[in-house]
Design a protein around this ligand. Structure first.
Ligand SMILES: *[C@@H]1O[C@H](CO)[C@@H](O)[C@H](O)[C@H]1NC(C)=O
Ligand SMILES: *[C@@H]1O[C@H](CO)[C@@H](O)[C@H](O)[C@H]1NC(C)=O
Ligand SMILES: *[C@@H]1O[C@H](CO)[C@@H](O)[C@H](O)[C@H]1NC(C)=O
Length: 425
């Protein structure tokens, strides 16, 4: 008997309680619970297609625990709407643990509200929503905001985020909000107070214009990433809109800010830095460092105690970072406990700046600075000059870690890159 045939017989027999120990073990021998796990791991459309396999499979997919829906081309919108609406009717949503929806809303806000109401059950664990072309506020089901199982929530929509008066995400660890317009100070405050388990907070291009003051605090917070809406910053009337933002982060938290645009971001970086205290780890983009360096008046106003507990500083240059940047030197000179200094890319030092770091020498260089990492060196003179100065200055250094990558030499030709990095080694 061929393998295929044997399996088929076996699958058929299963329902009648026959157990054929000698026959091969096929996928049909697995219990429903395991089959459902397998089906769940498929993309949603393929999961549904398993219903045609056999009578037993016909309903299995309906209990899947993960659904991912992403609208495709505009001309296929009606099909998408039809598909989602039918899915909502057919599927047993009380088993859903992960739900993701990405679509245009346009004139169909009511429909999307219905979908949200239908798909979101009180046991949902991971939720990712991305909406575009919103014309009127979407209404999220109230029960979502008191969901005790939700651990990850991502929301990306360029519109007001209407929040209910009662918010309590007992288990929410990761919150990622993009392009959101916060409605007012009190509801956004409710949101942050309602996330006692928050570990990673990401706020990308959110609009704070309606917010006078808000405090972000969570005892377990490990990483905060804020990128400010460029239009907002450029809008003179809203110049103060982030002034009221107060981020109280636990000392171990990794603070990350990345302002990739230039104009006015010195002020923004300054305002963000001023809100922090007791940081142990700080990561800054090249732009933040550079812009702040150009505005010495701001730099002089930075509270000196800001960096008093800083143990790790990471700098993220797009091209290369000048060791003589005033911001960098100011931070180094005010970080008496710094242990690790990381350059995530090229580092350079102009000839006439050779002694900048010694004048005066940051205290940490002769007391606590044990590790320097430079990732992405290319062996240029200005680079070696910077490394040499760092080595001279860091008298208690234990470890210097240099990395070079072939693509730092030639992005198109791997051979050239590999040859150059070999030479450098
Ligand atoms: C949906 O799933 C739940 C939990 O597995 C079950 O108790 C319920 O009967 C199912 N509902 C339907 C309509 O199949
Ligand atoms: C947060 O969501 C945005 C898009 O909405 C995405 O680009 C970004 O990678 C997400 N960040 C994290 C930390 O998940
Ligand atoms: C930055 O802040 C300074 C002082 O607070 C102010 O004079 C300046 O106009 C601000 N620059 C921009 C571009 O907002």
């Amino acid at each position: 008997m061929g393998l295929e045939k044997k399996r088929k017989t076996h699958c058929k027999g299963r329902g009648k309680g026959e157990v054929n120990v000698e026959s091969s073990f096929g996928i049909c021998d697995l219990p429903n619970a395991i089959l459902q796990l397998i089906i769940t791991s498929l993309p949603t459309k393929e999961a549904i297609r398993t219903s045609i396999l056999s009578k037993r499979w016909q309903h299995l997919w309906k209990d899947i625990s993960k659904i991912e829906l992403e609208e495709g081309k505009p001309e296929e919108r009606q099909q998408f709407i039809h598909f989602v609406t039918r899915l909502l009717v057919a599927c047993n949503c009380s088993n859903l643990k992960k739900f993701s929806l990405s679509c245009n809303v346009a004139k169909d806000a009511n429909l999307v509200n219905e979908w949200l109401c239908g798909f979101l059950n009180p046991k949902i664990e991971e939720l990712s929503l991305q909406f575009e072309e919103i014309q009127e506020p979407l209404i999220f089901p109230d029960q979502l905001f008191t969901c005790a199982t939700l651990t990850k929530f991502r929301l990306d929509m360029q519109h007001v985020f209407k929040l209910p008066s009662s918010i309590h995400f007992q288990c929410l660890q990761t919150l990622n909000l993009s392009n959101i317009v916060f409605p007012d100070s009190s509801s956004i405050q409710q949101l942050f107070f309602g996330c006692p388990a928050l570990e990673v907070l990401t706020l990308i291009d959110c609009n704070w214009k309606n917010v006078q003051a808000v405090c972000i605090y969570s005892p377990l917070l490990q990483r905060v990433y804020i990128r400010e809406n460029e239009d907002d910053i450029l809008d003179e009337d809203d110049d103060d809109d982030i002034d009221g933002l107060n981020v109280q982060i636990p000392p171990e938290c990794y603070w990350d800010n990345d302002n990739t645009w230039e104009i006015a971001s010195g002020n923004f970086t300054f305002r963000l830095l001023k809100m922090l205290s007791n940081m142990e780890k700080l990561s800054m983009s090249e732009t933040s460092i550079m812009i702040l360096s150009r505005t010495t008046s701001l730099l002089e106003q930075l509270p000196l105690l800001l960096f008093c507990n800083l143990a790790e500083l990471a700098l993220d240059p797009v091209s290369s970072i000048e060791l003589s940047y005033a911001t960098l030197l100011t931070i180094l000179r005010n970080s008496p406990l710094l242990q690790v200094l990381k350059f995530q890319g090229r580092l350079s030092l102009a000839k006439d700046e050779a002694n900048c770091i010694f004048d005066p020498l940051p205290v940490c260089f002769s007391t606590t600075l044990k590790t320097i990492e430079i990732n992405g060196i290319t062996g240029k003179k200005d680079e070696f000059r910077a490394i040499k100065i760092l080595l001279q200055a860091a008298s208690v250094l234990d470890k210097l870690c240099l990395r070079c990558y072939w693509f730092s030499f030639d992005l198109d030709d791997k051979h050239i890159g590999l040859k150059r990095s070999k030479e450098l080694y």
